[in-house]
Design a protein around this ligand. Sequence first.
Ligand SMILES: Nc1ncnc2c1ncn2[C@@H]1O[C@H](COP(=O)(O)OP(=O)(O)OP(=O)(O)O)[C@@H](O)[C@H]1O
Ligand SMILES: [Zn+2]
Length: 688
Amino acid sequence: MNNPKRYTITTALPYTNGPIHIGHLAGVYVPADIYARYLRLTGKDVVLIGGSDEHGVPITIKAKNEGVTPQDIVDKYHAIIKKSFEDFGISFDNYSRTTAKIHHNTASEFFKTLYEKGAFIEETTEQLYDEKAHQFLADRFVTGTCPKCGNDEAYGDQCENCGSSLNATDLINPKSALTGNTPTLKETKHWFLPLDQHEAFLKEWILKSHKKDWKPNVYGQCKSWIDDGLRPRAVTRDLDWGIPVPVEGGEGKVLYVWFDAPIGYISSTKEWADRVGKDWEPYWKSEDTKLVHFIGKDNIVFHCIIFPAMLRAEGSFILPDNVPANEFLNLEGNKLSTSKNWAVWLHEYLEEFPDQQDVLRYVLTANAPETKDNDFTWKDFQARNNSELVAIFGNFINRVVVLTQKYYDGVIPEPSELTEEDEHTLAAIKAYPDVIASSIERYRFREAQQELMNLARLGNKYLADAEPWKVIKEDEDRTKTIMYVALQITAALGTLSEPFLPFTSAKLKEMLHFDALEKALDWQAISEQNTLLPAGHAIGKATLLFSKIEDKTIQEQLDKLEANKKANEAANKQATPQKDTISFEDFSKLDLRVGTILEAEKMPKTKKLLKLKVDTGLDVRTIVSGIAESFSAEEVVGKRVTVLVNLAPRALRGVESQGMILMTETAEGQLVFVNTDDNSTPNGLPIS
Ligand SMILES: Nc1ncnc2c1ncn2[C@@H]1O[C@H](COP(=O)(O)OP(=O)(O)OP(=O)(O)O)[C@@H](O)[C@H]1O
Ligand SMILES: [Zn+2]
C-alpha cells in the first residue's frame, strides 16, 4: 500500500504460560519494534499493539498441575511479560490482556455480530469425551498420532511436527492429557466458521493479490492450506476458562482461544484510544490504514486465513496489508521450549546483562530467522558484541568524541576546504536513510541493520584513512575539516540507530547534545541537511556505549543452560513402572549376599565392562560388570557390594561371569552401588 494515512501494527499475543524468551523476541517483537520506531521517526501515525493471550487449554492444565487457579497463572506471567517488554524497550503504544473486560466485551460482541449475520454453522457432532474427568477434550487436552505425518505427540488442534491444523477427532489413538484415558465419543453442539465458504475470496486475495509482496514462506504456507481445501472450523469449546459463548445454547461453552486472541488486537487498540482520547475505528476500518501483523510461522494460518475470514464476515474491518511472519529461532542447536526450559529468558537476561538491551536486540536482528530457521549461540552473541558493536560502532563514536574534546573542548570546529573524499563521505551519509528505509519497508530487518553498521564502518574507515591524530601535528585546518566530517557521521548514527539500538541512540543523542540543536534531526533531516552538527555546537563527554564481553560470562551462560537441561531431564524422568507381581517363592529363589570387590581390571576393547574378583563369603569369583563408564578399576577395589550369587553363569567377551553386582542409576545416569549401610558386615551374609 502506498502512502497509508496510518499504521496499525500488531504483535502476536504471547501466551501466558511462561515468560518471554529470545525466540519470541527474534520472531515477533524486535522486528515489530524496529518497524514501529522507524515509522514514528519518519513522522507517521503509528499504533503498536500488544497484549497477553490468557485463555485456552494449556493454562487450565498448568493451573491444575500447580494446584492454583487459571487466573493465578495468567496474573503471574502477564506481570513478568509486561515488565520485561518495558525494560527491553519494546515500544508498545498499548499492552493489554485478553482477560480484560474490554476484551471480553469486544470478543463477545464480535461473536454475536457474526452469529446474527448467519456467518456460522451450528452443528451437533461427536467429540472426544473423557469419562473419568467428565469433560470434553479438545485442543491440548488430547494427544495422539498425527494423521498427516505420523508424529505420536500431535495435539488435538495442531501437529507441531508438520504444522497441520487438526481437529481432535482426526488423531489416531487419541489419549486424554488429563487422565491418560482413551476418550469416547459424545455428542455436543458447536459453532463453526465455514472456511470453505471463504475459499474463493481467499484464493483471490492471497494467491492473486499478494503473490508478490508477501514473503515466500508466508505465501507458500497459505497456498498449501488453500490447495488442501478449507474446511469448517469450530470456534467454540466445551470449557470453563474463556469468554462465554454469548448466544442461546452456549451455556458451559467458551470461545475458542484462537477466535478470541486476534480480536485482542482490536480490544487493545480500543483501550489505547480510550486512554489517549482518540477514535479507534479508523485504525481498523479505514481503507487508508495499513494493517501489519508480526508473528512467528506457527501462527500463519490464524492470521492469513482464519482471522481475515472472521474480519470479512463481520464486514466493517480492513484486512492485513502484510503478515511478515518469521521462521523459528533455535538455541545452541535445539528448539527453544518453554516446557523444557530450553531458553534464554528475557527477564533473566535483563538482570544478568544490565543496561545491555541493545546487544541482545542487535544479535537477534543480525541473526533473525527471516527466511529460514536460525540458531542463537552464546559464542556468536559474544563475537557480534566484541567485534561489531564494540570494535566498529562503539570504537568509532568513542574516537570521534574523545578527539573532539581533546582538540576543541567539545566544540565542533569550522571546516575549511573539503577534499573529494570529504565530499564523497558527506554525500554517502545522505544516502543511508533511504537505503535503510527501503530494507525496513520490505521487512528485511537484517539487511537494514547491516546498512546501519556499514555507516559506522564508513566512519571508521574515513578516520583510519584521514588519520587526524597524525595530521594535527602539521595541519590544524585540515584536522578541523576531518573532525567536522567525522562528527557528521556520528550525528547520522545517532538518529538512524534508533529503530535498532534505541538505548544506544538515546545515549548518543545525549552525548552529542541533540537537544541543543536548532532543528531536530529526524530521519528525513539526515538525507536533506548538508550540516547535521554545525560548527560551534558543543558536544558532551564520551560515555561508554558498548563493552567487551569476556569468555567467563559466556561460559556462565553455557553452564546455566547445561544445568537447566540436566534438571529438566531429572524432572521428566518418570519412576520406572512396577514390574509384574511375583510370588514370595519367586523372590526366595534369589540368593543375595554381602560381598567385597578384591580386584578390578578394565576389559580390553570394551567401553563398559570391568572384570572383578569378588569375595562373596562363599568363595572368590569372577564377575563381569558393566560399570566402567561410571567407575575406574582403581576406585572400586575394596567396595562393599550386594551380589546375586546364584545367577546362571554366562560368558561376556570370552570371560565367564559368575553372578551380578546390584546397582541403581540416578537421574543424571550415574551408577550407584546397592550396599548395606554397615561397612563392617561380614562377607557372605545372605540378604532377605
Ligand atoms: N523460537 C521461536 N522463533 C520465532 N518465533 C517464535 C518462537 N517461539 C515462538 N515464536 C512466536 O512468538 C509468538 C508468541 O508465541 P507464543 O506465546 O504463542 O508461544 P509459543 O509459540 O507457544 O512458544 P513457546 O512454547 O516456546 O513458548 C508467536 O507468534 C510465535 O510464533
Ligand atoms: Zn503432523
